[in-house]
Design a protein around this ligand. Sequence first.
Ligand SMILES: [Zn+2]
Length: 137
Amino acid sequence: MRNKSGSEYLNGKGVRKTLGKYERWHRGRVEVYQPATKKYVTKSILIASEKLGRPLKDMEVVHHINMNGKDDRAENLFVCNNPNQHLWIHRRAKKIMRLARDAGLVEWSDKDGMARRVRDLVELGILGWDDRGFYRV
Ligand SMILES: [Zn+2]
């Protein structure tokens, strides 16, 4: 449910969450007010930084593993080294997501931002694997 101006949104599990005191919507993302700098910071960036234990580097991009930009749970965030890696993940994910979701066979990893249990799909002959990654059989 998209609700830019309202105070509620749905997280990745479809649970209704209320925006925190210092939070607001901006361009489909939750932002958190930082009193120290008097600026709003994208929540996914804050949580990804906490997860890494350091600030993000200039080229790094936060990716939402389940493709739900409203789901800022730490386990749903993957930090890409650069925008190209982010694009690559999206292209790959797009190719297999439809199949995987429909089949209910894939879990998404917060370690590498890619699908887990894909061996099942390979074994079933739905996906192939080569040095460039997965491809549709
Ligand atoms: Zn992404």
